[in-house]
Design a protein around this ligand. Structure first.
Ligand code: PEP
Length: 255
C-alpha cells in the first residue's frame, strides 16, 4: 500500500460523461456500494450527467461516495438556456463540480479565463472544483506541455478557489486507450505541484491533491498510483462499469 503523501487523502472520481440512463445509474450505485469496504481509505466521487443526479443522490445518500456536476455556469442565475448553476447543483446535494474538462474546452470553446470564473462560482456555492488541465498531442510534440499547463493553471486559480483538486489529463490520453507512462505523468504532476508552490506557498501546495486522468483501467492503476505526486484518478470509460471502477480502486495501492 502506498504511504499517504503529506495529508493528501487519495481520491478516485468517475466521469460518466453523456452515458447511462436512470436504471443503469441506479444499478451502478447499488453494485458499487456492495463492492466497497464500509470505510474506504479513498475518497470517491461520481460525476453523472445532469438528468441522473437525482437518481444518484437517492442511491448514494448516507454512503461514503459523493457526487457532483460535470459543469456549471459561471453566474449564479439568469437567462442561460440549457445551463446549470452552482446553486442548482448544491440543491441536489452535489459537493463537487468538474471545471475545465478538455471536452468542455474543445467542444464548447471554454477559455482558460472562463474556467477560472466557473471555479470561483463553484466555491461561492460551496462546491469543490475539480480543475482539469492538460495538453493536446500537438502541444506535447512541439515541446509546449509545461507552458500550456502553466497557462491553464494560472487562469484556473485566478480567483483562488480554495479548496480545489487538480486533475492532470493529457488530452491525447483521454478515451484513446493510450495512457501516459507513470514517469511522464509524475513529471507533469511534479511540475504542477512546483507551480502551485510558487503561487500558493509550498506548505499549501503539498496538501493539494493532483489526480491523473487518461485511460486509467484496473490494469494500470497500480503503477500510476505508485508515483509520488499522483493522488488519485479521474476515470472516464472504465468508470461506467462498477466492477472495473472498483477494480481501479482496489488495484490503485491507495489502500
Ligand atoms: C475523462 O473523461 O476525464 C477521462 C479520463 O476519460 P478516459 O478515462 O475514458 O480516458
Amino acid at each position: 500500500m502506498k504511504e499517504p503523501q503529506s495529508g493528501r487523502r487519495p481520491l478516485i472520481a468517475a466521469n460518466w460523461k453523456m452515458h447511462l440512463l436512470r436504471q443503469d445509474a441506479s444499478g451502478f450505485c447499488r453494485t458499487l456500494r456492495s463492492l466497497l469496504p464500509s470505510s474506504p481509505n479513498v475518497e470517491l466521487v461520481i460525476f453523472p450527467g445532469f438528468t441522473l443526479l437525482p437518481t444518484v443522490a437517492q442511491e448514494l445518500v448516507g454512503s461514503t461516495v459523493a457526487w457532483g456536476g460535470q459543469d456549471l455556469h459561471q453566474e449564479a442565475k439568469g437567462a442561460h438556456t440549457g445551463d446549470v448553476s452552482g446553486e442548482q447543483l448544491a440543491d441536489i446535494g452535489c459537493s463537487w463540480v468538474l471545471c475545465g474538462h478538455s471536452e468542455r474546452r474543445q467542444n464548447h470553446r471554454e477559455s482558460d479565463r472562463l474556467v477560472g470564473e466557473k471555479a470561483l462560482s463553484a466555491r461561492r456555492h460551496g462546491l469543490q472544483p475539480l480543475l482539469c488541465v492538460g495538453e493536446t498531442s500537438e502541444e506535447r510534440q512541439s515541446g509546449r506541455t509545461f507552458e500550456v499547463l502553466d497557462r491553464q493553471l494560472e487562469a484556473a486559480l485566478a480567483h483562488r478557489p480554495q479548496p480545489f483538486v487538480l486533475a492532470y489529463e493529457p488530452v491525447w490520453a483521454i478515451g484513446t486507450g493510450e495512457t501516459a507512462t507513470p514517469a511522464l505523468a509524475q513529471k507533469a504532476h511534479e511540475h504542477l505541484r512546483m507551480r502551485l508552490g510558487e503561487t500558493l506557498g509550498k506548505a499549501w501546495a503539498d496538501e493539494v491533491r493532483i489526480l491523473y486522468g487518461g485511460s486509467v483501467k484496473p490494469g494500470n492503476a497500480a503503477e500510476l498510483g505508485a508515483e509520488k505526486d499522483i493522488d488519485g484518478f479521474l476515470v472516464g470509460g472504465a468508470s461506467l462499469d462498477p466492477a472495473s471502477f472498483s477494480g481501479i480502486i482496489s488495484n490503485s495501492g491507495f489502500g
